[in-house]
Design a protein around this ligand. Structure first.
Ligand SMILES: Cc1cc2nc3c(=O)[nH]c(=O)nc-3n(C[C@H](O)[C@H](O)[C@H](O)COP(=O)(O)O)c2cc1C
Length: 265
């Protein structure tokens, strides 16, 4: 089992220390787990410029493509990811938000359907849970199959030492995460995830580059033609029917509205 640990904080502080304890727990349960780390501060990803090239032409046209691709490849190369991110202003850190901006195109063209995640955040007093919830929601849109959240109130700025209670909570969440990754079991996606999957698929036109304002979505969705979600992920009958319904609505909307990302000159 390969697990990537992504440090989405600008330093190695309270959240990183807790993340290290989680790593030690998993390693104690299974010493064959291979961990690797990426520290977003070291990647030095410039801010997303909002050029929309990723949406329109493909993410390989992002001005920061090399760095974005590095992160995509790291996620792809692992079975699961532990995201470690401090709570800043009740939300993600700036560098983590910047990464999610660069990967926003994934809601249109999702992948990572067989990956699982654990999202860890510590806060001084409040909002660690809104931080983990926000990132867990974002990565569900990227395709991640399941996330486990560990929000912790550290009551500290720089000197947090995990309490017995916090460690117990960490152990509970980490064991669920570890056992789930080990099982290779796939979970049915939440209903809201079926909306972009089926809507964007339906709104695509098979005209590709012939279109006046092409979007990469047009070239992407044919591989899932007729599917309500990605292969290998179970979908109960009611979600299949719901997916078909969303697709039907998308086809209807697509007749009147073309997604172009046309820019003002
Ligand atoms: C820029 C900044 C913003 C913060 N915002 C909040 C906040 O909104 N709510 C809160 O309770 N604590 C806040 N804190 C405190 C941190 O969430 C807390 O110390 C956390 O454990 C820091 O984790 P880290 O050491 O991994 O960065 C903030 C700290 C910083 C530096």
């Amino acid at each position: 089992m390969k697990i990537l640990i992504m440090n989405g904080s600008p330093h190695r502080g309270n959240t990183w220390r807790l993340t290290q304890r989680v790593k030690e727990m998993i390693h104690a349960w299974d010493e064959t787990v291979e961990f690797s780390e990426v520290h977003l501060m070291d990647v030095n990803l410039p801010f997303c410029t909002g050029c929309s090239n990723c949406f329109r032409r493909g993410h390989q046209y992002c001005p920061h493509h090399e760095k974005v691709q590095l992160i995509l490849d790291l996620i792809e190369d692992n079975d699961a990811v532990i995201f470690s991110v401090s709570c800043f202003q009740g939300h993600l850190t700036g560098i983590m938000k910047n990464l999610t901006d660069h990967l926003a195109f994934l809601i249109h063209r999702p992948r990572f359907f067989h990956k699982k995640a654990m999202v860890i955040s510590t806060t001084g007093g409040v909002s660690a849970n809104s931080t983990t919830k926000s990132l867990a929601g974002t990565i569900a849109g990227w395709g991640f199959n399941k996330s486990y959240q560990l929000p912790i109130v550290a009551l500290s700025w720089n000197a947090y030492v995990p309490t017995e209670r916090d460690l117990q909570k960490a152990e509970n969440v980490a064991s669920k995460f570890y056992l789930d990754v080990k099982s290779n079991r796939m979970h049915a996606p939440p209903v809201w995830v079926l909306i972009p999957f089926n809507l964007f698929q339906a709104m695509c036109r098979p005209t590709g580059d012939a279109h006046e304002f092409p979007t990469e979505d047009h070239n992407f969705w044919h591989r899932y033609a007729g599917m309500q979600y990605a292969p290998g992920v179970p979908l109960p009958l009611y979600k299949r029917l719901l997916g078909k319904f969303i697709y039907f609505i998308g086809k209807h909307i697509g007749k009147r509205m073309i997604i172009t990302y046309k820019k003002q000159s």
